[in-house]
Design a protein around this ligand. Structure first.
Ligand code: NDP
Length: 240
């Protein structure tokens, strides 16, 4: 029987590439999105992947949504916490709302979703969780106090949960992407983007499938000795 994977933010950008790569490699995938019905509908039509709409920042919605996915597709073996948003501005202009929204979706979403599936994984003694962090959670970024804090938090979350899951054969890892060519990066002004690309040793933005390839490795059954780690996929932009 094929394994069931939930990919949050799985209908666009990096998440869409992850959903598709998992499906192409035999997983039954549920792609979660927040509000862009048109993109989700098109994604479903083009790939046949089931799409579900809920807000990962909403704890109750995550509980109900994950239960629905399990009822429709089967017990959840794999969770990819990929949903993320930005609300960029400098500290002195950042509102409390911009701070809270980014923390609630990017970091709170990881907790809400992991909490909804972790118990079942423990009972079945198997699970794979991959959290999508960011180069900007590792290195910081001007105008992204909220985003860098949330993404940095994901890296700590990953290492702590990895320790709790280890004996139950549940691995928890993170991927820290560099700049990837998606809608999120299209929102960056062109002049700023040129300066960013100039700092990437490989000389280009990354492509979403290059992140998906890393996810596919981390969720494979053979990767059971890899846990609590962060895989940086960033064209050499940040090494540590
Ligand atoms: P996109 O903006 O292209 O897509 C975001 C996806 O997340 C969409 O499917 C969106 O749904 C979904 N989403 C957003 N908020 C919520 C929510 N509250 N509940 C459920 N789903 C939600 O993002 P990217 O593909 O660029 O980024 C994916 C991840 O990778 C993010 O975590 C991002 O921070 C991280 N990342 C991206 C980098 C990049 O260069 N692009 C670099 C480093 C990290 P909908 O379509 O309904 O809006």
């Amino acid at each position: 029987m094929s394994q069931v994977a939930i990919v949050t933010g799985g209908t666009r950008g990096i998440g869409a590439a992850i959903s598709t790569m998992l499906k192409d490699n035999g997983f039954t995938v549920a792609a979660i999105y927040a509000g862009n019905d048109e993109r989700a509908r098109r994604f479903n039509e083009e790939t046949g992947i089931s799409v579900y709409k809920w807000d990962v920042a909403d704890y109750e919605a995550c509980q109900a949504g994950c239960a629905q996915v399990a009822a429709d597709l089967g017990p959840v073996d794999v969770l990819v916490n990929n949903a993320g948003i930005t609300r960029d501005t400098t500290m002195h202009k950042m509102t409390h709302e911009m701070w809270q929204e980014v923390i609630d979706v990017n970091l709170g979403g990881c907790f809400n979703m992991s909490h909804a599936v972790f118990g079942g994984m423990r009972e079945r003694k198997y699970g794979r969780i991959v959290n999508i962090g960011s180069i900007n959670g590792q290195a910081g970024q001007y105008g992204q106090v909220n985003y860098a804090a949330a993404k940095s938090g994901i890296h700590g979350f990953t290492k702590a949960l990895a320790q709790e899951g280890a004996r139950a054969n549940i691995t928890v890892n993170a991927i820290a992407p560099g700049y990837i060519d998606t809608d999120m990066v299209s929102a960056v002004p062109e002049a700023v983007l040129e300066k960013i690309i100039a700092k990437i040793p490989v000389g280009r933005l990354g492509k979403a499938p290059e992140i998906a390839r890393g996810v596919l490795f981390l969720v494979s059954k053979d990767a059971g000795f890899v846990t609590g780690s962060t895989l940086s996929i960033n064209g050499g932009q940040h090494m540590y």
